[in-house]
Design a protein around this ligand. Sequence first.
Ligand SMILES: Cc1cc2nc3c(=O)[nH]c(=O)nc-3n(C[C@H](O)[C@H](O)[C@H](O)COP(=O)(O)OP(=O)(O)OC[C@H]3O[C@@H](n4cnc5c(N)ncnc54)[C@H](O)[C@@H]3O)c2cc1C
Length: 252
Amino acid sequence: MADVNMHLLSSNTALNGITFKEKTCTIGANTTVTQIAENRKLQTLFPKLNQFLKLVSSEQIRNMGTLGGNFVNASPIGDMSIFFLGLNASITIIDTDKNERTLAFSAFHLDYKKYDLAANEIIKNIAFPIPSSNTFFNFEKVSKRTHLDIASVNSAGRIALQDSTITDAHFATGGVAAVPKYLAKTNAFLIGKELTIATIHAAEAILQSEISPISDVRGTKAYKRLLAKQLFFAHFISLFPTQFQLQNLGTS
Ligand SMILES: Cc1cc2nc3c(=O)[nH]c(=O)nc-3n(C[C@H](O)[C@H](O)[C@H](O)COP(=O)(O)OP(=O)(O)OC[C@H]3O[C@@H](n4cnc5c(N)ncnc54)[C@H](O)[C@@H]3O)c2cc1C
């Protein structure tokens, strides 16, 4: 055993860097949460980036914790997993022979702590389509403490509009299933609908049908269902404050 070769992921430079090419942003798997938070171009694309990422663990963990580690840690409440599911990201995986494959990030987590990665593969990077001017993104997290805590439930989503019609939707919620949950049915329902209170309520009913939270130290399953609903509504209240408020969307 003493002669086994070590391959330190942290010294693999192919896993570093944040690049913007045409309409895609690609982030290396070794990138830390702090490096994302400090990237000027990402700050421009997501004006609330620092506010979002301050909710992720603590400064020490953000300085050390990488995207690859967060994804392979495979927690159903992994903040960066939810963040990138909400961005409609894809991941590129590379094997020891340098063969690469790319898949939708929503297909990566298979079951509790199980993911689509062979023994000779590592995650190289994650990429997402750069949001256009009619695309809106938001991240929400509820935990027992506001800071320095893992989520009870977290959620992220991007939505694109043409006038008031939803042309694209990618919402994800953590802490409500065995995996970080990409809300495929909810997202499919939203596309082509008018952005109205009735649409949001109907989508939330579908969201409830595709989640399966369990009771644990972070809350009962009923509480997590309530949080999933509140955070889904919170996206719309945060992104479209003149159209949606607590009073007209309802929060109970
Ligand atoms: C005190 C504390 C608080 C935390 N709070 C939060 C929180 O609020 N929110 C949250 O989301 N997370 C939280 N975390 C988890 C943290 O953000 C990281 O996800 C976690 O520490 C793993 O990241 P790492 O880079 O240290 O990975 P490592 O521990 O180095 O790796 C984890 C696993 O991933 C594998 N791995 C790493 N990179 C790759 C790759 N590129 N390809 C394939 N496999 C890879 C490693 O081999 C290992 O098996 C917390 C952790 C701690 C210790």
